[in-house]
Design a protein around this ligand. Structure first.
Ligand SMILES: C[S@@+](CC[C@H](N)C(=O)[O-])C[C@H]1O[C@@H](n2cnc3c(N)ncnc32)[C@H](O)[C@@H]1O
Length: 278
């Protein structure tokens, strides 16, 4: 079979198995097997595939059609222009979170800020900010040993190990010192909404998805903890779940944060909250 024929057959197979963006997934997996960039496939449509290549692709296609996330099969994900390792040890980074990083970046005035990323997962937020702000001191905290191991591997691959410290901690419990920026994309899904999640999302670690019966429990706890850890005028930046904004905005006001504001993601969901303290 040629590259084009394989792409067409794989796309049809994915559609039958309810894989979203069937053609794109097919292109990513074939490019991965051939060690090419996706765009390069277009220059090789007539190339015949070897049996070994077809065998490797078949295995990935089967796994993808059963709901394994594309990023786990590729082993990497692009985030804020950097390539991160991605596997079942931590949540697959989402595109919304790239927007959180951009919004945080645009609000940081001091390039030598002290920043903590709470619930760092694969390290995408902490490492992207460290790559943007070379003088910053960045701490990445997570309660999961698996996530921290992956985040450390990502730091090493990106040559950022010297710029980011990693720490096992429940929220800010083991974190010392004070910060100009506390940023967090914590678990915010209610355990009751488990049945609404796609089979791909259910490959993320449970500890990265669910906070409790309400969904916003961990975010609320961080809103309580953060004032004692923010330097005067320091910023708390949060990614939150669908429909959680109003109550969390009230929680920020009750705790006497100032300059409180909410921002929508590209799907027009209120997804990010920002507030300063002191
Ligand atoms: C939604 S994932 C986000 C990961 C990463 N920040 C990202 O944006 O891709 C939430 C992360 O919070 C971590 N986490 C869960 N409970 C925590 C807690 N009590 N304290 C610190 N981190 C926690 C999980 O292990 C997971 O890595």
């Amino acid at each position: 079979m040629t590259v084009l024929e394989v792409l067409q057959a794989t796309t049809a197979y994915f559609k039958k198995h309810n894989v979203e963006n069937a053609r794109l997934n097919a292109e990513h997996l074939l490019a991965h097997v051939l060690g090419r960039k996706r765009i390069e496939l277009y220059l090789e449509f007539e190339r015949e595939l070897a049996e070994t290549e077809l065998g490797a692709l078949r295995d990935l296609v089967k796994r993808r059609s059963k709901g394994e996330p594309l990023q786990h099969l590729l082993g990497t994900v692009e985030f804020c222009g950097l390539t991160f390792l991605c596997d079942k040890r931590a949540m697959v980074p989402r595109t919304e979170t790239e927007q959180l990083v951009d919004l945080v970046e645009s609000r940081i005035e001091n390039r030598e800020s002290r920043i903590v990323d709470v619930g760092t997962g694969s390290g995408v937020i902490a490492l992207s900010l460290a790559a943007k702000f070379h003088g910053a001191k960045v701490l990445a905290a997570d309660v999961s040993d698996d996530a921290l191991a992956l985040a450390r591997e990502n730091a090493a691959r990106l040559n950022l190990s010297a710029s980011v410290q990693f720490l096992k901690s429940h929220l800010l419990e083991n974190v010392e010192g004070d910060f100009d920026v506390i940023v967090a994309n914590l678990p915010y899904i209610s355990t009751q909404d488990r049945h609404t999640l796609s089979r791909e999302v259910l490959h993320d670690p449970q500890i990265a998805l669910f906070a409790g019966e309400r969904g916003d429990e961990l975010v609320r706890e961080l809103i309580d903890q953060a004032p004692s850890r923010l330097r005067p005028g320091g910023m708390l930046a949060l990614e939150i779940g669908l429909g959680q904004n109003e109550e969390l905005l009230s929680a920020l006001a009750e705790k006497n944060y100032r300059d409180i504001c909410a921002k929508n993601d590209y799907s027009e969901v209120t997804r990010f909250l920002f507030a300063r303290y002191g």
